[in-house]
Write a new protein. Structure first.
Lengths: 355, 218
């Protein structure tokens, strides 16, 4: 067959499918371009760090001068006490704690400013040393006295590979939820009418989510055993770890099922889920600290439950924190799951109206 | 079992237009040109499609053999029967009997995706009969099938009908149901244009043609 008729066919097809093509070839690229705004710089200039008094004698002036000294390389937040700042560090609300000693501005002689970073946030370890030298230089230029900084790593110091394990497991969970589950659901489309007759779409999806959630214990066990075998044991087989990953999978899987059902098990449903997956991977701050790339991205990341789930997962696996330390995150994930269930119920109603 | 003023619209398209019908036990054939609303009406009756307006009064247990078989393609014949038996209360012997009657045994371990259209239809009918429903709906059960498969399906329907059961058949092959049909409903453009019990016709094909001619001539 000659080429022109086939090209004409593609043109006709393109005209018939103008809306999806517009989405794929115009809207999605535009969103990608817009998304680059989230990556303004490669230096961690907007990472939030805590500035707190080292003891009861530190004044507001002492805190302000420390804050001014580190502004160039971070976004400092004032904390009322060292304990509150250290708690924020353990929850990844800040990535370093800088304590201002008493009489820093009013006293004379050598002074020391302490900088604490978490051993579980490996990507910030090197930037934190830069932060220490920035603070050192900044304070020396602002004050008429010699100031030195000490640098302390809090908690166990992990390697980058160990740090990335909870992240990779999280990526796997999202991949199963947004890529494999919709594919699996769509592959059973032929049986959907019979299943609706014998049971309901709600039960079909509930059974599938239950089965896949149970299956997720396998990769979690593999991560646990393999990390131990490779010499950097990370404890994945804990109820808290299982709970946070299971809740994430259930919420993501329910959302993916809602998209699949709303788009009638079509290829567009799988494409839409892929877009959600890419969005989650790009904007959940899974590996780098918030504010590493831009303020806009930092603020956006904070609004996503996936980011909070990742922080909790790191808390359970790398910092050994108990489930109760992240009760708010667990509640947030339960709330997200409830919203996803409501979306799924809406998508089933929409599907059945047009069935 | 009955429907009252049933209407189903898809946007501007009226698939079923104000249909009122009472159903009686026996083999009830639905005929009509493509797009006349037969499938939509039967899907409404089974609860698979929500009517836009009107009422479906049905206290019976309905099952459905679909025009495009509704089976798990990646499961074998045996697995499909086993999975859907989980929704039925009938003993395993009934499953075996159905498989035997529909000639499914030679295909027992084949995935549904590897079956011919005819065997997929047989499997779909077996799944529909697993729970011995009060109402069996057959949507184009004989379309594009070889004579042997048609015979197997018609024989199964014949032996299943009776015992106060409803068998509702949407078909273009009225000749194959001539000996079984107790009632014929003819539809056109979403409306019922004829609804006659056996006795008012001998040959359902002729009755269908007559109803269409009468409708077209106004």
């Amino acid at each position: 067959m000659a080429l022109p008729p086939l090209l004409r066919k593609e043109l006709r097809w393109g005209w018939r499918k103008k809306l999806p093509l517009l989405v794929l070839f115009v809207l999605v690229p535009a969103l990608f371009v817009y998304g680059t705004l989230a990556f303004e710089h490669v230096l961690p200039k907007s990472v939030q760090v805590a500035v707190a008094p080292a003891g009861p004698g530190a004044t507001q002036d002492d805190l302000s001068v420390v804050r001014a000294a580190v502004t160039l390389f971070s976004d400092p937040i004032l904390y009322e006490s060292r304990n509150a700042a250290m708690h924020a560090l353990s929850r990844e609300r800040v990535y370093a704690v800088i304590t201002a000693p008493a009489n820093l501005t009013a006293g004379a002689g050598a002074a020391t400013v302490d900088i604490f970073v978490s051993g579980s946030i490996v990507p910030y370890q090197e930037p934190a040393t830069v932060l220490a030298s920035v603070a050192d230089r900044g304070l020396s230029s602002l004050l008429d006295r010699p100031v030195s900084t000490t640098y302390t790593v809090v908690g166990r110091e992990w390697t980058l590979s160990a740090y990335l394990l909870p992240t990779f497991l999280f990526v796997l969970v999202l991949l199963v939820a947004f890529a494999y589950l919709p594919y699996n659901l769509a592959s059973e489309e032929a049986a959907i009418d019979r299943l609706r007759l014998e049971s309901s779409l709600y039960r079909v999806v509930a059974a599938k989510l239950g089965a896949f959630t149970a299956l997720l214990v396998l990769p979690i066990a593999v991560f646990d055993l393999a990390s131990g075998y490779l010499g950097t044991p990370v404890a994945f087989l804990r109820p808290s770890v299982l709970a946070v990953y299971a809740l994430c999978f259930l919420a993501a899987g329910t959302l993916a099922a809602a998209v699949t059902v709303a788009l009638r098990f079509s290829a567009w449903g799988r494409l839409a889920n892929l877009a959600v997956l890419l969005f989650c991977l790009a904007f959940s701050g899974l590996a780098y600290p918030r504010g590493f790339f831009s303020v806009a991205r930092r603020d956006f990341i904070t609004a996503l439950p996936t980011y909070h789930a990742m922080v909790a997962a790191r808390g359970f696996t790398l910092r050994g924190q108990p489930l109760t330390a992240y009760a708010d995150t667990v509640l947030l994930l339960c709330g997200t799951l409830a919203v996803c269930c409501a979306l799924f119920a809406g998508s089933v109603r929409y599907y059945e109206r047009g069935a | 079992m009955r429907v009252r003023n049933l209407t189903k619209r898809y946007g501007d398209v009226v698939a079923v237009d104000d249909v009122t019908l009472d159903f009686t036990p026996g083999v009830h054939c639905f005929a009509g040109p493509n797009g006349s609303g037969k499938t939509t009406l039967l899907r409404c009756l089974a609860g698979l499609t929500r009517p836009t307006s009107g009422v479906v009064e049905n206290v019976c247990d309905v099952n459905y053999a679909f025009q495009t078989p509704s089976v798990y393609h990646d499961l074998t014949v045996a697995d499909n029967l086993a999975v859907f038996s989980g929704f039925a209360s009938e003993p395993p012997a009934w499953r075996a009997k159905l498989a035997d009657r529909l000639g499914l045994e030679p295909m027992w371990d084949r995935p549904a995706s590897a079956l011919s259209d005819g065997y997929r239809k047989r499997l779909d009918l077996a799944l529909a009969l697993l729970d011995r429903p009060d109402v069996l709906v057959l949507d184009e059960p004989l379309a594009d099938l070889d004579p042997a498969t048609r015979d197997a399906i018609v024989d199964t329907v014949e032996s299943y009908a009776g015992d106060d059961r409803h068998v509702l058949v949407s078909t273009h092959n009225l000749d194959r149901f001539a000996g079984l049909a107790d009632r014929l409903t003819v539809m056109s453009l979403g409306r019922v244009i004829a609804d006659e019990p056996r006795g008012e016709w001998d040959d359902p094909e002729a009755a269908y043609e007559r109803a269409l001619r009468a409708h077209r001539s106004g």
